[in-house]
Design a binder for this molecule. Sequence first.
Ligand SMILES: [Fe+2]
Length: 532
Amino acid sequence: MREQQYFVILVIVVGAFQEVNCHIEKPLSGIAIHKTTFHLNEKAHVNASPAVLGSNGQHSEHVLVEFSSPYPSDDDWIGVFSAADFMSSSCPGDNKKSVNRPRVCSVPIKFQYANISNPRYNSTGGGSMKLQLINQRSDFSFALFSGGLLNPKLVAISNKVAFENPNAPVYPRLALGKEWNEMTVTWTSGYGPHVAEPVVEWGIKGGKSKLSHARTLTYGPNDLCGPPARTIGWRDPGYIHTSFLKELWPSSKYTYKVGHRLSNAGAFIWSKEYHFKSSPFPGQDSLQHVVIFGDMGKAEVDGSNDYSSTQRPSLNTTRQLIKDLNKTDAVFHIGDICYASGYLSQWDQFTAQIEPIASTVPYMIASGNHERDWPHSGSFYHGVDSGGECGVPAETMFYVPNQNRDKLWYSSDYGMFRFCVADTEQDWSKGTDQYKFIEHCLASVDRKKQPWLIFLAHRVLGYSSTSFYAETGYFAERLGRVHLEKLWKKYKVDIAVYGHAHNYERTCPVYQSLCTNYEKVTTRVQWMGQST
Ligand SMILES: [Fe+2]
């Protein structure tokens, strides 16, 4: 096994942005939208242009927003709302006595301070900004607020802006299938299965193409577990389609496009064309570059949502991953994916951010506390880090080759690797279904074909000196090693990678707290992110 090590390169980013602890305050959570009062003023205005976006098929465009206020202040801000009609007569959970006035029931999908481009805004009252919009299946409006984020006073609302086809198929993401010669492609659209049939046209590059059908998933507020996901953070997720491209030739270049055949007209609506390379034959001597990281998050390239800047470095990591795409075969994002934490518009924005990566190489995920944790929802930890999502958006937006969508553990063979991916947010202790899966995954690998056995999980189940572990005296998740360490030793796991800690750490091969040898790791480990 060891003489094959030079074929393998793992590039590992552990924690792609800075964070002091694992409880992040989302920028949108700082807006007390439920306290909004109405002070619409005829002398104030907001104008957005162009009004129609995506005329050339693009799914991301900048909009110029110009505004003025007769009573400007440095804490004025512009909120971007989608759908554009964001005022309501009542909100979920309203006391009936208080609903005889207009209400704002949803946070904006992004926001920016009014003085961002004009330091003299508080005296001139005029300003402008360029904001990037992505196609999120609905129209947009821009609203000027005074009173800061904590006491929003709605002063003016803009014209509506919309993408030419808000339903268009967007943001394809590839994932490894259940068999080595299967690739799956998942995408988002506004076309439900009742109006159009989701399809993928694909084929080996230069060869004949064929059509594959796709399944469609979605979810509603009642599928989620609590606020803000079910209340002010709720946004319709549209439809998420997954197609299974089977019986691929090994290590071959394929092209594909995703689309919909309209039920009434029979016409097709297509995405642009993408490409990917299929998996090598199991055990085939080949060079593979696999990038593993956790905790990346998302940020807005236009600088909006920036009062809490902890996730700005996610743009650096994304850019670097894109730059390295021609030497990357697969990506594993092992939990804490976009930190939407109940603000569901962020999932679309994240899939747009990683589109160049996920549409070209398999983008495999694991579950983290920010996707899954919610009290009494079946999560192993009872925190509220998922913001009421309790795993539903993550397991719907991304495909993994598991048996049960809510049980986000799976195995995947890729070239000379077997990956056993655990779900730290659900019980892994001895006797559980997950423990049985982990043992089966480790025990069933054919080491002649997959000499490298890799264990991946979000929280640190092995060893860590990160302060929030060290302070507890456990130096990792309590009970992690107690239940799993014997398995790792028995089945000779080569490498385990975790996220969650936001620090780069590497240990010697260790068993029951002692280094078993000090042999240098010959795998190249490259640090690409920022750490605390
Ligand atoms: Fe985490």
